[in-house]
Design a protein around this ligand. Structure first.
Ligand code: ADP
Ligand code: MG
Length: 310
């Protein structure tokens, strides 16, 4: 079948691995830079300009979430199956929305509050169990915009910086007992296919590999697998990196990433995550041989045009 990978850089490890896996499964694959796509909401010449594909694998970076989601949505409106639909990507990128959705489904998470005006900070800190607390940007990623504060004065300073961007800030219970470690679980479809424990670099509490964290393979128990799969399901994403913290009350979800990096997890665990992703795409898109006709109809029904411009 034909698979489009939406990615800004074909040379990135994750993109390369997905291309390799798709090709080794006998598929044709095209890497398309979402920023090079022109979305014509009510264009006409559909079949000729919307890239033909059975499936789209979005790898939308956090800096281009909104436009990237518009491009993914355009594929979806053309009847093309998206591994992670635009709505799912948007849910996972908004930490506040994500937490509310998880809470709504009874998924354990650290106590979290949201505060707009600085006058509300003290109440927010009390609400999550007192200092120290973690404060987060609503749309941060790779550990940026996540700070640990130990005093009200520091919380005020952090709030004034974080709030400048987004009008409100997340205040979260600091899970000290996790000892600067978290667990990254890779979910593909309804399965937790790989997991690693990440340890923050000395002097940091954020275990992100982009912040210098180190990783080792982790053996999940059934409860943790179910938790990670449910967290991905709540966001309606087919491929996710779910971050868990081991709290004294048990594992808790802190984040669902909709474009999880493959390099750290594959090199740490030896699991062929890219292969698992492509196998899931095949399973969802049905019989690849019966696809050609269906594709033409679906694209023709698209309410708009998506053109890849050089
Ligand atoms: N409430 C918390 N208690 C302890 N550590 C946390 C907490 N929240 C986040 N961390 C640490 O900070 C890292 C980054 O936080 P996260 O919410 O995943 O944001 P990002 O999107 O930047 O990865 C986590 O991987 C974890 O190591
Ligand atoms: Mg994270």
């Amino acid at each position: 079948m034909q698979i489009v990978i939406l990615s800004r850089q074909a040379a990135l490890y994750s993109t390369r691995r997905l291309v390799e896996a798709a090709q080794s499964h006998g598929h044709q694959v095209k890497v398309l830079d979402p920023l090079r796509c022109l979305v014509e909401i009510n264009g006409r010449q559909l079949a000729s300009s919307t890239p033909a594909a059975a499936a789209v694998i979005p790898r939308i970076g956090a800096s281009i979430t909104e436009f990237g989601c518009a491009v993914v949505r355009q594929f979806e409106q053309g009847g093309i199956w998206a591994l992670n639909p635009a709505a799912g990507i948007a849910r996972s990128r908004d930490k506040l929305l994500s937490m509310q959705l998880l809470r709504g489904r009874g998924i354990p998470m650290p106590r979290t509050a949201v505060v707009g005006r600085p006058q509300g900070l003290q109440r927010a800190i009390q609400a999550v169990g007192g200092l120290p607390v973690v404060m987060k940007l609503r749309r941060g990623t790779q550990g940026r915009g996540v700070v640990l504060v130990r005093s009200l004065a520091a919380a005020r300073r952090a709030h004034s910086v974080l709030n400048d961007y987004q009008h409100y800030t997340l205040v979260q219970e600091f899970v000290a007992e996790a000892r600067n470690r978290d667990i990254r679980v890779i979910v593909v479809g309804r399965e937790a296919v790989a997991a690693m424990e990440r340890q923050a670099a000395p002097g940091d509490f954020r275990a992100n590999l982009h912040r210098g964290g180190s990783a080792r393979p982790f053996r999940l128990n059934e409860g943790m697998k179910r938790l990670a799969v449910k967290a991905a399901e709540v966001h309606e994403v087919g491929f996710a990196g779910v971050d868990l913290l081991m709290t004294s009350r048990g594992p808790a979800v802190i984040e669902v990433n909709s474009s999880p990096g493959l390099q750290g997890i594959e090199t740490t665990t030896g699991v062929d995550v890219a292969g698992a992703v492509i196998a899931f795409v095949e399973e969802q898109c049905g019989d690849p041989t019966g696809f050609e006709d269906q594709e033409a109809d679906q694209v023709a029904a698209a309410p708009g045009v998506l053109t890849a411009v050089a």
